[in-house]
Ligand binder design. Structure first.
Ligand SMILES: C[S@@+](CC[C@H](N)C(=O)[O-])C[C@H]1O[C@@H](n2cnc3c(N)ncnc32)[C@H](O)[C@@H]1O
Length: 247
């Protein structure tokens, strides 16, 4: 009997359009990185595109999820990039894998331990002096109401995120200047969130009597309710950060 599927319709594990991904890859590869370190890489789609655009670069992706890492390795093989990338199943907290010329941390600052200022301090430690960091980080587009928070993740609180200026201030405090500040559009969210659940919804429709159906339905319903509560409220910022040189 088939088990509930993993999401196959996601290109990236977050709200990121092809147009924005292309622009990010052009800008980040344009800085000529020789090494790329991807913190909480998942299946590493952005790293693989960067390695394709920067043919002399090598990459290391760190994540805890073996299935996502296996997808990354498989895609690397398919694209002839396997000899230039390692997908390692290990925690990024306190990692000794840096420094790298380009450090990606997209939707994964929690992997660096602690709050955002701690993560930014770690990113500064992990990037070379002339390198770049791409930080993809959640922020509130407006203050969520109590009723919205109650429908988000368990224990959701207005303190869980900053507003957008509240992301820049700790980045500059950590020794960066924001080369580029951009945020995911509602269209990008509306491509990402349904794609996250689509395979599960089809499976649920086709397997109503499956022993895992009830648990899977509850999980899908909770996720959708949360998404509909944070739709237009939770943003995702992509900050391209440049380390400030020592005087
Ligand atoms: C929202 S996903 C983002 C994945 C990827 N960066 C992307 O944008 O497609 C967050 C990832 O962080 C990973 N993660 C969480 N804690 C981690 C840790 N301590 N060390 C490494 N990865 C971690 C999760 O397994 C998950 O794949």
């Amino acid at each position: 009997m088939t088990t509930p599927p993993r999401p196959t319709r996601l290109t990236f594990h977050g709200p990121l359009s092809e147009t924005r991904a292309d622009a990010l890859v052009r800008r980040l590869a344009g800085n000529g990185p020789a090494t790329v370190l991807d913190i909480g890489c998942g299946w590493g789609e952005l790293t693989l595109r960067l390695l394709a655009a920067a043919p002399r670069a090598t990459g290391t992706g760190l994540d805890l999820n073996p299935d996502d890492l296996a997808r990354g390795r498989h895609t690397a093989e398919e694209r002839g990039l396997a000899h230039r990338v390692r997908f390692l199943q290990e925690s990024a907290t306190g990692t000794t894998r840096g420094p790298a010329d380009l450090v990606l941390c997209v939707g994964a600052s929690q992997a660096l331990g602690g709050e955002l200022p701690t993560a930014l301090g770690e990113l500064r430690r992990l990037v070379t002096d002339r390198g770049r960091v791409l930080l993809g980080e959640g922020f509130w587009q407006r203050t969520p109401t109590g009723s919205e928070l109650a429908r988000m993740w368990p224990g959701a609180s207005a303190d869980d995120h900053q507003d957008l200026p509240g992301l820049i201030a700790p980045a500059t405090d950590a020794g960066f200047r924001p080369e580029w500040t951009e945020t995911a559009s509602l269209d990008e969210w509306e491509e990402f969130e349904p794609a996250y659940l689509a395979d599960t919804e089809v499976w649920l429709a086709e397997h109503p009597g499956h022993p895992m159906a009830e648990e899977t339905r509850q999980r899908a319903d909770r996720h959708r309710a949360a998404w509909l509560a944070y739709r237009g409220v939770l943003g995702l910022a992509y900050l391209t950060l440049v380390p400030v040189r020592a005087v």
